[in-house]
Design a protein around this ligand. Structure first.
Ligand code: OOG
Ligand code: NI
Length: 464
């Protein structure tokens, strides 16, 4: 087949993300309200907006989350997302919050794909070895062994695309998207009996959500807001039950990383078989898992910037724990130490930037620069010859993710999470995934480096 008879992965990702969003709107109408609130806020702040990302990108932008039970499920999900141009980036250990889970984020990796549609999915995997009760572990593993999240047609079309250099024809793409929706759809009839559900829920509420259903239901989709403080007020005004604090850094002049908040998980009707001997006898009950989240994205931090962030954040958590002061207060206080102008952030090497020639001519005194003098790029920025735009943070934050998880399990105090003993197992995760995880810093650094090389080239300089 000719090139044009295959669907472009970036276009397919948008189609998939829009289809998921429509499905989730139908399933959780409050999510539709959230999207409207965010779009209203974004329109009102767009005039004096401080992000370089396009209005189109921001309007489409979503992240979702799924929770998987087994390495097999994770491997199929990896293949699905690869075909949508989304790759596993970063490792997140959620044992810091007492959760028997670890995670990665599937997302586009290069700046062109991110600019088209940065759809990302926070994907967690159960760690049965961290469960306390052997009985609960056994029950969970047996449910996972029996379930089939992906239909045969779906698995076939995935294999076919893989044999075509990871591309779909238009007809195949349609089958793929429709079947993907089925795998991530909500089901109001559980796969587990009511007894088993309750046993697993007692062991850990997250366990019941991960293993008791026939699908890997999407548990939230998050639109990006340009002003999370305004959006949160609007959510409250709309009568939503909002999480008690915004996760991540405090409000700043120069947004960094990621700030997130959510409306709390809804109680939803679910039926369970009363026993496996009588699967036809259903018990009507409830399950609480799905919620609505919003996020505001700022600049990606360099490893040095992240180190300072983590130090100040740890300090704030510790202060909150020992003094009982609100996290918001201790975080705001600790972060007075974090530079808050773009010039300082850039000059101190705390953020990643994308540099672009502005078109202004290079004055002769700068063209004849002294090679030994560093900071040449910085001089070009200050002289207005090159512009420096902070690169948007495209990833997640482990403590924020833990806080979001916990608030939806009924625990709201994120300061209590600080002293859980962490049990990261990145090697185990990679083994379950079946391929390497990409490092986000390498990706940000490469976008920055390429932009600098491009400036050098356009200005006729050998290098910086
Ligand atoms: C994932 C929670 C983490 C985020 O945005 O950090 C998350 C989950 O609840 O499965 O979505
Ligand atoms: Ni989320």
């Amino acid at each position: 087949l000719a090139e044009h008879e295959y669907v472009d992965a970036d276009i397919l990702r948008t189609r998939f993300a829009v289809a998921m969003s429509n499905m989730y709107k139908a399933e959780v109408p409050l999510y539709g309200d959230l999207v409207s609130i965010v779009q209203g806020v974004n329109q009102s702040v767009l005039a004096n907006d401080n992000t370089k990302d396009s209005v189109e990108r921001i309007t489409l932008e979503r992240h979702g989350a799924i929770r998987l039970g087994s390495p097999y499920e994770l491997q199929v999900v990896r293949r699905i997302f690869c075909l949508l141009g989304m790759f596993p980036i970063g490792y997140y250990d959620l044992s810091i919050a007492g959760l028997p889970m670890h995670a990665t984020c599937f997302r586009p990796r290069d700046s062109q794909s991110l600019a088209k549609n940065p759809f990302r999915v926070f994907t967690t995997l159960l760690r049965p070895e961290l469960l306390q009760s052997p009985e609960a572990r056994e029950r969970a593993l047996s449910l996972l062994q029996q379930r089939k999240i992906f239909s045969d047609i779906f698995l076939d079309v995935i294999s076919i695309a893989e044999s075509q250099q990871s591309r779909f024809t238009y007809d195949q793409a349609e089958i793929f998207v429709n079947n993907a929706l089925e795998s991530f759809r909500w089901q109001s009839v559980a796969a587990a009996t009511f007894d088993v559900y309750n046993t697993l829920k007692k062991e850990h509420p997250i366990l019941a959500d991960v293993v008791c259903f026939q699908t890997a239901h999407i548990n939230h989709l998050t639109p990006r807001t340009l002003n999370i403080d305004l959006a949160q007020v609007a959510m409250q005004a709309h009568g939503m039950e909002v999480k008690d604090r915004i996760e991540g850094p405090p409000k700043r002049e120069c947004p960094i990383l990621l700030r997130q908040t959510s409306f709390l998980a809804l109680q939803e009707a679910v039926s369970f078989a009363s026993s496996s001997n009588h699967p036809e006898k259903l018990i009507d009950s409830y399950h609480k898992a799905r919620f609505g989240e919003i996020e505001e994205r700022g600049a990606a931090l360099t490893p040095a910037g992240r180190k300072l962030y983590d130090e100040l954040f740890d300090e704030a958590m510790e202060a909150s724990r020992t003094t009982g002061q609100e996290m918001d207060e201790t975080v705001a206080k600790a972060f007075t130490e974090y530079p808050d102008t773009w010039n300082e952030l850039r000059q101190q090497g705390l953020i990643f930037c994308e540099f672009t020639p502005t078109g202004k001519r290079l004055p002769t005194h700068l063209a004849k620069r002294d090679e030994k003098r560093g900071e040449f790029l910085e001089q070009l920025v200050l002289a207005g010859i090159v512009s420096a735009a902070p690169i948007t943070y495209e990833d997640f934050l482990p403590f924020s993710a833990a806080g979001i998880f916990q608030s939806n399990l009924g625990n709201s105090s994120s300061s209590a999470m600080g002293h859980k003993k962490p049990y990261p197992d990145q090697e185990g995760f990679v083994k379950s995934l079946g391929c390497a995880i990409l490092d986000s810093n390498t990706l940000y650094a490469s976008i920055q480096r390429k932009s600098i090389e491009n400036c050098a080239h356009q200005l006729g300089l050998s290098a910086f």
